[in-house]
Write a protein that binds this ligand. Structure first.
Ligand SMILES: N[C@@H](CCC(=O)N[C@@H](CS)C(=O)NCC(=O)O)C(=O)O
Length: 279
């Protein structure tokens, strides 16, 4: 399996690194970032927290803007941040920022032309963790978190795979994608018009009937421009109430949708995950 390092920066006595590799699931070259905390310098295996970014992001936004490395170094947790979609010449795309390259929605597309490359669910669930665990000094303990489209992806991964993840969290997740324009546009394109196939990728619908219980933390800014039209945290809360799901959802006064919000609360999320990854 080809793996090429494209940058390395020392950070809080650990290393933020970016790589490219050939992805079998996505049928193209992919990029990801990894933060390796200082504990890995002598070969100690650390647990891994996967970060899934939002619309228009790449493998760079979180590592550059969230300020997570200081606490990850203290806690001895690696963070892996993949790109948000397959990319490249020959990979299907759309003029909108909310479909195509930069907007993979962490689903396995079934519809042409998207199904040739857009298999992001398989990539983040299987191919990428296998590559990470075979390459770096990490254990097989995994948790997942993300933002907006990536918050949706993180919740869906954990709700569908309760035995794989120790914990999940999200900033401003798209909480009920079958019922907002971002989700409807992407799901119609990737999964087709039959809404029966959409339910497997909707955190609110999955949480309503969830049996396994991966603990979930959500932070949502109250001054987020996308709150009412796209994110719908109240639907997630209603689902958790119905099934008795262990969801903690904080509403944060005055915070918007940006990485300024994420940077303000990322420490809480890292400590939440570290506690569950240690058990
Ligand atoms: N209206 C925005 C929507 C995209 C957006 O807000 N993206 C969020 C995730 S949903 C983000 O993290 N952007 C990149 C950044 O802030 O670094 C645009 O057109 O770019």
């Amino acid at each position: 399996m080809s793996l090429e390092i494209t940058s390395v920066n020392k950070s809080f006595c650990g290393w933020t690194k970016h790589y490219t590799h050939r992805s079998t699931a996505l049928n193209c070259d992919m990029r990801f970032a990894i933060y390796l905390p200082p504990q890995t310098a002598n070969g100690q295996k650390v647990p891994v927290l996967y970060w899934l970014s939002g619309l228009t992001c790449t493998d760079e936004n979180f590592m550059q803007k969230a300020g997570a490395q200081r606490i990850a170094a203290e806690l001895g947790v690696a963070i892996v941040a993949p790109d948000t979609s397959p990319r490249g010449v020959g990979v299907a795309d759309d003029d909108g920022y909310d479909l195509g390259q930069g907007a993979g929605f962490y689903v396995n597309a079934t519809q042409a032309p998207w199904n040739r490359h857009y298999q992001m669910y398989d990539y983040v669930m299987n191919e990428l963790p296998q590559l990470i665990e075979a390459t770096f000094p990490v254990s097989d303990k995994r948790s997942v978190f993300g933002h907006s489209m990536g918050g949706h992806g993180a919740l869906v991964l954990a709700l569908r795979n309760p035995d794989t993840f120790q914990s999940a969290s999200a900033f401003s997740p798209i909480g009920n994608p079958v019922d907002c324009s971002w989700g409807q546009k992407a799901f119609a394109a990737y999964l087709g018009k039959d809404k029966g196939a959409w339910a497997d990728y909707d955190a609110s619908l999955l949480m309503r009937k969830a049996k396994g219980a991966v603990p979930v933390l959500v932070d949502q800014g109250e001054a987020d421009d996308f709150l009412e039209e796209q994110l719908k945290p109240e639907t997630l809360e209603a689902s958790a109430k119905e099934s008795g799901y262990p969801l903690k959802l904080n509403r944060r006064e005055g915070y918007d949708h940006s990485y300024y919000f994420i940077a303000s609360f990322v420490e809480d999320h890292l400590r939440f995950h570290a506690k569950h990854l240690a058990t």
